[in-house]
Design a binder for this molecule. Structure first.
Ligand code: SF4
Ligand code: SF4
Length: 68
């Protein structure tokens, strides 16, 4: 795991499961989680490089990074 990488936090509450972040992440670090009707994205942090593309991509503001 990289030492100084600041990874974004993720809050699935507003996630509409549009999967834009899944397509945008260059590391394929965001996966789709589905449980019956409840679907949302989830970051696999060990693959995340902290590029913040997901922060800029999500129309719902689900990703936050205070260390930009
Ligand atoms: S910060 Fe970059 S690498 Fe990490 S989950 Fe978001 S898009 Fe993927
Ligand atoms: S871009 Fe945002 S709303 Fe769309 S699946 Fe990802 S976290 Fe959910």
């Amino acid at each position: 795991m990289q030492k100084s990488v600041k990874r974004p936090s993720f809050s699935p509450r507003k996630c509409t499961a549009c999967w834009k972040c899944v397509e945008a992440c260059p590391q394929h670090a965001i996966r789709k989680v589905g449980f019956l009707w409840h679907k949302h994205a989830m970051i696999t942090y060990r693959n995340c490089i902290g590029c913040n593309i997901c922060v800029k991509t999500c129309p719902q503001g689900c990703f936050k990074n205070d260390n930009k």
